[in-house]
Write a protein of this length. Structure first.
Length: 362
């Protein structure tokens, strides 16, 4: 029963001032307006979270500690590996977990035979904290047909983003449970990183589960095309720029090669209001490594000197840049039983490059 009598009631909300019925606004228009409002609100709330972490740390000094086996992080040598990393002056370690999809156009992402188990990842995180290291967890997607993840362009983007959200939420929840200090929401997905609406929903879903800083790791040729930096805390770049045309141990020449890259990154950081983290950077101990830093099979000739020179050039070129948030070197891998030593690989452990890092960071 109404407590307002007809005589004292206000204007009929269903009619205009002239008594004519108001036009009803509903259906697709309402849904569109509501969708835009929700997205705007989500961006604003995310911006508040981003500001909270703006001064998180001057520079992150870390290594990626990688494995491609379910129990690799269960290795009894894990405490030793983490102690070695800490001994270089590193303050962070990155753990990598990979799920898989069948091909570039498919839309289902799932754990595979090489995916590290949750229990092994949780153990690695706990051990890292015991060694005084902060953790960045970096889940990635690879392809079962061995094509490059940057070429993923799903035929059904809605289905792909739904599957991707379930994948990344799994690790957002694991990161929250284990006290991970930073989470990467994706890596090197150039074929889809321009889809702003899809990624806004991914980031919103992740932030509902994990309250720490978020980063995305873009390819060095991709980062200027990523459509959602404004809802993340840091810009992540896999920093594999070519520095030389021919094999070189000339640190000064390699530093000169960095200058235009540094200027470009500085301008981009200023334009976006975000600091830039090298979420990956590395060089093999092979002849010619600075000519193709992304290529792990460039040569069969070892060259610790070239690897060390490239490390030195990167650190001296970037370390005094206030917009630079640091580097995770690729990589300090968990050795496979059949390959206990890696004289041609990316690891700097036991090589001249390790001394370069130690001298800079300690």
């Amino acid at each position: 029963m109404s407590l307002i009598s007809p005589a004292t009631a206000g204007p009929d909300p269903g009619k205009g001032d002239d008594g004519a019925p108001r036009r009803r606004v509903d259906g697709p228009l309402v849904r569109t307006l509501l969708g835009l409002t929700v997205i705007t609100l989500l961006v604003a709330l995310t911006a508040l979270a981003v500001r909270q972490y703006a001064g998180f740390e001057a520079q992150q000094r870390g290594f990626a500690l990688i494995t491609y086996t379910p129990d690799g992080y269960q290795s009894p040598e894990m405490p030793n590996y983490l102690s070695q990393i800490s001994g270089t002056g590193a303050t962070w370690v990155q753990f990598n977990v990979t799920w898989y999809q069948a091909g570039t156009a498919t839309d289902t992402i799932a754990a595979g035979a090489q995916t590290p188990s949750d229990s092994s990842v949780q153990r690695a995180i706990s051990l890292a904290h015991e060694h005084g290291l902060k953790v960045m967890l970096k889940p990635s997607v690879d392809l079962l047909d061995l094509k490059f993840r940057g070429d993923i362009r799903p035929a059904d983007s809605t289905a792909w983003f739904a599957s991707y959200t379930a994948f990344i939420n799994h690790y957002a929840e694991l990161a929250a449970r284990t006290g991970v200090e930073q989470l990467s929401v994706g890596a090197e997905l150039a074929g889809v990183s321009g889809d702003r609406s899809g990624w806004l929903r991914v980031v919103t879903s992740v932030r509902a589960r994990y309250r720490g800083p978020l980063v995305y790791s873009a390819l060095f040729g991709e980062y200027q095309h990523v459509a959602f930096w404004d809802v993340l805390d840091l810009i992540g770049v896999a920093a594999y720029w070519q520095l030389a045309e021919h094999p070189s141990t000339d640190v000064d020449a390699l530093r000169r090669a960095w200058r235009p890259i540094v200027n470009e990154l500085k301008a981009y950081a200023a334009r976006t209001g975000r600091r830039i983290l090298f979420s990956e950077a590395g060089y093999t101990s092979q002849q010619g490594t600075a000519t193709k830093p992304w290529d792990w099979t460039i040569s069969e000739t070892t060259s610790q000197a070239e690897q060390a020179a490239a490390y030195e050039a990167l650190l001296t070129s970037l370390q005094d840049q206030p917009w630079w948030a640091g580097v995770f070197w690729w990589c300090w891998d968990v050795p496979l039983a059949e390959h206990p030593n890696d004289p041609l690989g990316y690891t700097p452990h036991g090589k001249a490059a390790e001394s370069v890092v130690r001298n800079r960071w300690t």
